[in-house]
Design a protein around this ligand. Structure first.
Ligand code: GMT
Length: 375
């Protein structure tokens, strides 16, 4: 099949999922065309002849206060579909991708070209942004006019049905990971580069937005570090980062907390880690928790949204109510103070991640494409 994938090319989970899916589909022989404004960060096309990237350019025009990205995207989609005989358009993140895809579909119909749209809902496109009254009618329309709709967790599906008037069936296809990448990896990697060997390494990775509750990460770590010699690695960039740095300073934790910024070496960092913290207010799935687990890192998380579908309480880690930092710290210490238990949870985290192996999920997306083609 010739498949066009639209996504955000940044470090966010939806872009990562779209990119990894495209790469996996290309390995199965499909021709994959990414259509977005930058080459996706995890896309390495060097050795893959059937992966293509088509840039969406939005020329700056002084009359516009806001440059019309969805107009440029829908025009680019029309060109790509025609030039590369695309069979299916798969858009990740409803805003504005599903909307732009619908416009492209209509333009193509004018030329007697019929193209099905598959829309994958990721989380904030529904829970935070999409359901805002300013956007809700357009998002509802775009979902209802997609040929097939998928959501990355049961929790997100239920949120979508609760927040919008949805007439289309929503199929849950969970996020995934290529667990083969982590087989035969020896620990403790090169952890001595970051901390003395007897220090425990605690990691948090996110885009540092308010819903990630960065202060909770620091509060939990503060309790950990008073009981266990440890370091906190904070990976990522975002609006809360400078506040977080100030908060760390105000607590006198500077020596123990390292801010690493965005990284293309997530697996390397997770390979050093003993525990992963994700106390989010909202999380449709929590792909980063799955990445941690695949690297054998137990997860101390909140129980928001789809996190309980990914992180199994008492097996791959622990879940607590949002904001309950005392419970999170207690759970973390339960593992960090008991080496045998920690090692058991590390193995179990890896085992839990196997449930989300890419092979099964790619086939599910292939089936969805086939179904969309019959519509
Ligand atoms: O919120 C983020 O961290 C980014 C956002 C995105 O769209 O990239 O993440 C959402 O999609 C991810 C991939 O499906 C999920 O793993 C995240 O849980 C989800 N974020 C939220 O729901 C807040």
């Amino acid at each position: 099949m010739n498949i066009a994938i639209v996504c955000y090319p940044t470090f966010g989970g939806s872009g990562v999922v779209a990119t990894e899916l495209g790469i996996a589909l290309s390995k199965m022989g499909h021709n994959i065309h990414f259509v977005t404004y930058n080459q996706p960060v995890r896309l390495d096309r060097i050795n893959t002849p059937n992966l293509f990237f088509h840039e969406v350019n939005v020329p700056d025009y002084p009359l516009f206060k806001y440059q019309p990205y969805e107009l440029a995207l829908s025009s680019r989609l029309v060109d790509v579909v025609k030039a590369h005989s695309i069979d299916v358009l798969h858009v990740h993140y409803a805003i504005p991708h599903a909307y732009a895809a619908y416009m492209a579909k209509k333009m193509l119909l004018d030329e007697d070209i019929s193209i099905p749209i598959v829309t994958t809902l990721h989380g904030t496109d529904i829970t935070l942004v999409g359901s805002h009254p300013f956007y809700r009618p357009a998002v509802t329309f775009s979902i209802n006019h997609s040929d097939c709709v998928t959501a990355v967790s049961e929790s997100l599906k239920q949120d979508t049905l609760r927040l919008f008037d949805i007439k289309t069936e929503i199929k849950v296809i969970p996020n995934f990971i290529d667990t083969k990448k982590f087989e035969n990896k020896e620990k403790p990697c090169e952890r001595s580069l970051l901390a003395p060997t007897d220090d425990k390494i605690i990691t948090h990775i996110s885009n540092f937005r308010p819903l990630k509750r960065i202060n909770d990460v620091i509060d939990v770590f503060e309790q950990i570090s008073t009981n266990v010699s440890s370091k906190l690695l904070m990976v990522g960039e975002g609006p809360e980062k400078s506040k977080a740095m100030a908060y760390v300073k105000s607590k006198g934790l500077n020596e123990k907390v390292v801010f690493l910024g965005n990284s293309n070496e997530i697996d390397k960092i997770l390979c050093y880690s003993d525990l992963f913290l994700l106390p989010s207010e909202m999380e449709s799935f929590g792909l980063v928790a799955l990445e941690a687990m695949a690297n054998g890192v137990p997860v101390i998380s909140s129980n928001a949204g789809g996190l309980s579908e990914v992180n199994k309480h008492g097996f791959s880690g622990f879940l607590s109510d949002v904001g309950d930092v005392n419970s999170m710290a207690k759970n973390a210490l339960e593992l960090l103070l008991d080496e045998e238990k920690l090692n058991k949870f590390k193995k179990q985290a890896k085992k839990q991640a196997q449930l989300f192996n890419i092979d099964k999920v790619v086939t599910e997306y292939e089936d969805i494409y086939k179904r969309a083609l019959t519509k």
